[in-house]
Design a protein around this ligand. Structure first.
Ligand code: BGC
Length: 709
């Protein structure tokens, strides 16, 4: 539809109709019964009113949504099509590894392909919008939603989420197989204090701007059609009613022109925060702040009309919000094709199709991280292997936000090993209960695989934990098996980095599997048997202990830095009981190959504003297998007018090297890459000395110095 027709449509709509466009309800309101009971009564909806709202949350399936669309368009006075939105976070029917794992691929183009596949399935199932990507940076693995974040680094998160937005939306979101992307949760939800979900945040302006905002900004610049507000407060203001955040920063500074939707019931929750008196006050504040769609409260539905009539909310603000919603419908092509891509035939063809299963497996090949290997992996099929732990047969390993994935289709570790390596001598004890049989089998085996960690019910929204070590029962299981077995390989499942220092020390090999999705265990089996060379890297530091949280490699130097030792040193900044460094650092991950880095060479040691500098290193695969190597560029500003991180990721290239292959990897460094917020919050670079490193992980010492003039 031409844009000026949208304006005409808006002018023709009644106040009530306009308000209804801003209301989003979930499937409970669209049951077959017409009786006004249950949620409809609680929301005080009038007859048929749910069907006149502008968008629906969580309903899915081509047949269902076509029918619902017909009904909603019939009820809506101007026959405006509804928007169907849902959480397709890491896949629709085919589940891909969870986002923290996707971050650990260190491969942004893989993130894009995953989003494309997820969009194809979701679009066929009638969806128009996905509430993804989650761009929230996280430094604290007590927070259950680590699982949904690409990780701890502003630069890496930005690259992952911008690729996801492009993958979901393509060049033109009205095209077949595309869905609109809603980046969330604006802003800094991942900074929930003490890792407790929904908690407040306490951030400096610098931390907000330099660490937390870049990934949302990257998603907006990549064209994300929607932004979702966050549950938390920033600077003592709930994000959902923060004018500064939504109007000044998001719309003003970042130039976002799309739709702002609240998180689930977030407008009403400002009453609990104690910043709104009642629903009317909450609706007023949210509208003034710039929230367009009210997800799952009746605040807008009942309160906007009196607020507008009383002149407490200008009708022009309502019109702007409604126009944005209409524009989104138009960009998706819904006025011409209200079902968009909903198709039962396409669902048959696309959902969990072999191509998407293959991508789920390929993704896990790149997201699983090998952390330790003392000559025990890859396994040789002629050895006797015992697999222990309930997670070996658990199907709940796809991740809690793959809401539409069919768990019965998840390939378990046991199934993967039995199907892909039938010749191997593998015995299973898929239980966490220690038995004599288990221990005697462990004693007779050449290698024991121990599946430990969390299944999907342990991580995700509201699943915060105070202690990130393993539960006592799993520690006991590890100790008993370790004492009995010759060699152990520990497989850590889960959605967050756990603290496992004793296990890391005692096990012969350690693998961070994450929650690997529908077919991820096939990739795990291939990694175990050496068919696939692991290439994942930690996108979050793995601490020794909960007490180190929050933790990030991009820390700041104190006035009393710790000397190069893990021992306690009095009167410098350190702990008496654990080192400052993590157990495994950001960017770390092993392969079965020896990959070497030659020294960093610069084409000049002086960078000028407007100019550029080339930094390169020769990377060589000295092993007998092909390898994927995530080559990382870090930079440190040695002296700033404000303290600067000890290093920051500024570049990445994931390359494939054949056995014996050498490749020069070159990064271009420009003055823009050196900018930061100075004491007056100006985004500037400062002339002076810098160091850069090209290496395997965030602890690399392969560096060179240069100056900015
Ligand atoms: C979550 C969002 C999600 C929304 C809709 C909320 O509880 O915080 O991330 O998109 O529900 O399901």
């Amino acid at each position: 539809m031409e844009e000026k027709k949208l304006q005409k449509l808006l002018e023709d709509m009644s106040l009530q109709e306009k308000i209804e466009q801003l209301v989003q309800l979930n499937g409970l309101f669209f049951g077959s019964s017409e009786q006004l009971t249950g949620p409809a009564a609680a929301f005080r909806l009038s007859e048929g009113q749910a069907y006149r709202t502008g968008s629906v949350l969580g309903e899915h399936g081509a047949a269902r949504l076509k029918k619902l669309q017909d009904r909603m368009m019939a009820e809506q006075p101007h026959h405006i099509p509804a928007l169907f939105m849902a959480d397709v976070i890491h896949g629709y029917r085919t589940a891909f590894p969870v986002p923290i794992a996707i971050g650990s691929s260190f491969n942004p183009s893989l993130a894009r392909r995953i989003a494309e596949a997820a969009a194809r399935e979701a679009a066929a199932a009638g969806l128009h919008v996905t509430f993804s990507p989650m761009a929230d940076l996280v430094h604290d693995s007590r927070w259950g939603r680590c699982m949904e974040s690409p990780g701890e680094d502003p630069w890496l998160n930005a690259r992952i989420v911008e690729n996801m937005v492009r993958g979901f939306q393509g060049e033109d979101v009205s095209e077949k197989g595309r869905v609109a992307s809603c980046v969330k949760h604006f802003a800094a939800y991942g900074a929930a204090q003490a890792g407790r979900d929904y908690n407040v945040t306490e951030l400096s302006e610098h931390t907000l701007f330099e660490d937390y905002l870049p990934a949302y900004r990257a998603a907006v610049e990549a064209g994300a059609c929607l932004v979702m507000t966050a549950f938390n407060t920033i600077d003592r203001r709930p994000c959902t009613t923060s004018r500064r955040l939504l109007r000044d920063l998001l719309r003003g500074d970042m130039g976002f022109e799309g739709v702002v939707i609240t998180d689930y019931s977030a407008i009403k929750e400002t009453i609990s925060h104690g910043t709104s008196e009642d629903e009317r006050d909450a609706a007023r504040q949210a509208m003034l702040a710039g929230c367009d769609i009210d997800m799952m409260t009746s605040c807008y539905l009942h309160e906007l009309e009196p607020l507008i009539r009383d002149g407490r909310v200008p009708e022009s603000l309502l019109d702007e919000a409604v126009l944005r919603v209409l524009k989104l419908k138009n960009v998706l092509g819904l006025f011409e094709h209200p079902y968009k891509d909903a198709s039962e035939e396409d669902e048959q063809q696309l959902l969990f199709c072999p191509e998407h299963q293959a991508l789920s497996r390929e993704a896990a090949e790149e997201t699983i991280v090998l952390l330790k290997n003392e000559g025990v992996l890859p396994l040789s099929p002629d050895r006797k292997i015992v697999v222990i732990g309930s997670l070996a047969e658990d199907r709940a390993i796809v991740g809690s936000w793959a809401v539409f994935a069919d768990r019965s289709q998840t390939v378990t570790l046991r199934e993967a090993l039995e199907t892909l390596y039938p010749e191997a001598d593998v015995t299973f004890f898929a239980s966490d209960a220690i038995t004599e049989d288990m221990l005697s089998a462990a004693a007779e085996a050449d290698t024991v695989l121990l599946a430990l960690g969390e299944n999907e019910t342990w991580t995700g929204e509201s699943r915060s934990i105070a202690d990130i070590s393993l539960p006592a029962s799993q520690k006991k299981l590890f100790d008993a098996v370790r004492a009995a077995a010759r060699k152990t390989v520990t497989l850590l499942f889960g959605g967050r980095p756990l603290a496992v220092p004793e296990i890391a020390q005692q096990t012969d090999a350690l693998i961070e599997v994450w929650l690997p999705g529908s077919c991820g265990c096939c990739a795990l089996a291939d990694i175990l048997f050496g068919k696939v060379n692991p290439s994942g890297r930690l996108s979050m530091s793995m601490p020794w202990h909960t007490g180190q949280l929050p933790i990030s490699y991009a820390a700041f130097q104190t006035g009393r830095p710790k000397p190069e030792t893990d021992r306690f040193v009095p009167f410098v900044s350190n702990y008496m009981d654990v080192p400052n460094r993590p157990l495994y650092p950001f960017g770390f991950g092993l392969s079965y190959s020896e990959v070497t880095y030659g020294p960093v060479c610069l084409n000049t040691d002086t960078l000028t504003s407007g100019g550029s500098l080339q930094a390169e290193a020769v990377i060589e695969n000295k092993g007998p297998l092909p390898v994927k190597e995530a080559v990382q560029l870090y930079i440190r500003d040695l002296h700033g007018s404000v303290v600067r991180p000890v290093r920051e990721l500024k570049g990445l290239e994931k390359i494939c090297l054949a056995p014996g292959e050498r490749r020069t990897v070159r990064f271009t460094v420009t003055e823009e890459m050196l900018r930061f917020y100075d004491a007056d919050m100006h985004f500037v670079s400062e002339p002076g000395a810098f160091r850069l490193w090209i290496g395997h992980d965030s602890l690399t010492e392969n560096g060179a110095d240069f100056r900015l003039e």
